[in-house]
Design a protein around this ligand. Sequence first.
Ligand code: NAD
Length: 413
Amino acid sequence: MDGAGISRRGFIGQARDTAVVALAAAGAAGSVLAQTGGGAGGSVVARGRPMPDGVSLPSSPLRPKRQDSVGYAVVGLGDYALNQMMPRFSRSERSHIAALVSGNPEKLRRVGDAYGVPADARYSYEHYERIAADTRIDAVYIVLPSGLHAEYAVRAFAAGKHVLCEKPMALNSADCERMIAAGERANRRLMIAYRVHFEPHNMEAMALMRRQAAGNIRFVRTEQLSRTDPKSRPAENWRIDRALAGGGPLEDFGIYGLQAALYLTGEMPEAITATTFQPRNDPRFAQVFASVASHLRFPSGAIAQLMTSYDSDGSNIAHVRGDTGALIMDPATGYEGHKMRLEGRESRDFSLGDPTVQFARQLDNFSDAVRDNATIRTPGAMGLRDVRLIEAIYAAAGTGSVVRLSPDGRMRR
Ligand code: NAD
């Protein structure tokens, strides 16, 4: 599961900018996340890190399958890029790795050699702008720490490239809006890499809920939980550094629980209450929350309870309870191993094939958008919507009162 391997990450992170994202204590109810503009303009900077654990590089270079295959520059060679996404380009129909961007020359060499990326298509962060002149690159895939997404997306658009950006889109809605505007100015496409929209169980769950297989939805409960290594410190782990990770678990994997609540109900919430917990004297949570819990009320009357934590026994579930049945997804939103059961009028367990097709199908949706102007299933507007909801959750927790929302996820004043 996204973020579950935090304790494995052995890099030395230092970037921190207290002016970019400030966590201001807000009494016993927890803390409010006051965001004043992260990413571009902030002093968080991209830095090279050692090779992550467990990487197995291909034994022979990958070749594009089609002449009109879209060439991607992979920006950030960390755990998710190297262990999940890059190997899955081989299963994509229309996407290939054309270039690499990293701050670690040794990683650039080893990964570049293994994937058959020419030496002159391996860029450092300092020379990122040079991708503009490289016609082998159609799009960038940004897989950097989240606080760097906005800056690297805006700069990619300025270089004339399309942008596939990892989730969360950015750490505040102003940066999301800046990314969308930059894409529109450059007339280039923007997609947020919410892979679960391409995963067979989640796609079937959306269809089942649309045809009311559990009746009218009354409750949704999601848990995205893991336990960060007790020895972990912000200087060694960007996920607990607020300038790079915002409030922590909600932006990291709790966002998938939030997404599930939206795509299972098919609605936008109209009211939110929330609680955060940030223990004192635990260096892991000096800058980010340990746990975030929120209640979302939808116009139909459905209520979602979302729980996410970096300090809990692991879990990754989405449960729906309707007035005539239930849908149980456990695990719900991981890389593989999905299990799904429908109970009620038509009870059954689902076995829908290999969940790992989600990675390549996501790539191909974006490549089809770049080449044929296809509709993007998870566009920038969806990323912005979710970041607005995250801001609303923190506002509700910080004030201890109900936050009411417009249909586009903006907080009502
Ligand atoms: P990671 O720490 O393993 O990799 C981060 C990469 O960024 C490394 O190559 C590192 O060298 C580089 N980097 C550049 N500047 C850095 C800095 N200042 N501090 C730390 N690293 C820096 O992280 P990851 O797990 O690969 O996550 C990267 C992105 O991918 C995040 O946005 C995360 O939310 C996203 N992600 C998405 C999923 C998913 O399921 N879609 C899963 C995991 C991660």
